[in-house]
Ligand binder design. Structure first.
Ligand code: AMP
Length: 286
């Protein structure tokens, strides 16, 4: 079976109508493309769970800040299509910004209805430096949900804050679907897969390995009984390569998202660094 590539909301809706009529369950995997094995793991999970699978590929302009990498974000649709074909994806939905947001919209919240996640969830971690990022994410994801009407939507724990915010959105807005969290896929040497890894030079990639190493060190010490986040923070910092610029390393309860001074079950340990010009994130949930 061939994967259908569509950039038309109407075409997607027509397919959905048929699937719904046949009582087929629908899984959605939202992505920004430049697909790698992390995305593939979500798609495989969707294939296991649902009758029909849609992968969306959309580099969403409203979640990028003015000085971020929207223009240079990797776009590899032909290669992405081969991967989706191989994995048995039914439809790849790859709309243009105009298809999603209409003509002439300046994409600000004076001209577009936005979803605003709770302030305490966006005023921390990635939201602190990426103002408006999670409003943009929640808005596009709600639109994708409305277009594709999925029974299940698959998101990676790699973007733990995004996963938390979207799970909350589904609950708060009574959306009729279930979010399925999927574990982080890593290279054999520990580096979390990311489309942005393509930006890294050989030297930067070597330095970036210390991100997962520092998280691992925290896990080792925690398993030895050290729970104090200050001690764990200090130990992790000594492992991080000196060429990396730390943006944050924080410990948050993954049920409330509140910062914690003591690591316990279900604590999110989240890190963001600048590696050269590339911003990388990673995390562990213990
Ligand atoms: P992106 O294309 O970066 O927006 O990611 C699309 C989806 O893939 C999101 O739900 C991400 O959390 C997920 N994802 C990205 N990298 C990984 C990874 N290394 N392991 C698991 N999921 C991932």
């Amino acid at each position: 079976m061939k994967t259908l590539l569509s950039n038309s909301i109407l075409e997607i809706k027509n397919n959905i109508k048929i699937w719904k009529k046949n009582n087929q369950t629908i899984g959605l995997v939202p992505t920004m493309g430049a697909l790698h094995n992390g995305h593939a793991s979500l798609i495989k999970k969707a294939k296991e769970t649902c009758d029909k699978v849609i992968v969306s590929i959309f580099v969403n302009p409203i979640q990028f800040g003015p000085n971020e990498d929207f223009d240079k974000y990797p776009r590899t649709i032909e290669k992405d299509m081969l991967i989706c074909e191989e994995l048995g994806v039914d439809i790849v939905f790859a709309p243009t910004a105009t298809e999603m947001y209409g003509n002439g919209v300046k994409l600000s919240n004076t001209e577009l209805t936005f979803v605003c996640p709770p302030y305490n969830l966006i005023d921390c971690l990635c939201g602190k430096t990426r103002t408006g990022h999670f409003d943009g994410v929640a808005t596009v994801v709600l639109k994708l949900f409305n277009i594709t009407e999925p029974d299940f939507a698959f998101f990676g724990q790699k973007d733990a804050q995004q996963l938390f915010i979207l799970t909350k959105m589904v609950k708060d807005l009574n959306l009729n679907l279930k979010i399925i969290p999927c574990p982080i896929i890593r290279e054999v040497d520990g580096l979390a897969l990311s489309s942005r890894n393509a930006y890294l030079s050989e030297e930067e990639r070597k330095n970036a390995l210390t991100i997962s190493k520092s998280l691992n060190q925290i896990k080792i010490l925690y398993n030895q009984g050290i729970k104090d986040t200050k001690k764990l923070f200090d130990a992790a910092i000594t492992i991080l390569d000196k060429n990396l610029e730390l943006e944050y390393l924080e410990f948050r309860d993954f049920t409330t998202f509140e910062e914690t001074t003591e690591v316990k079950e279900n604590t999110l340990i989240a890190i963001a660094v600048k590696c050269g010009k590339t911003r990388l994130i990673d995390n562990e949930i213990v």
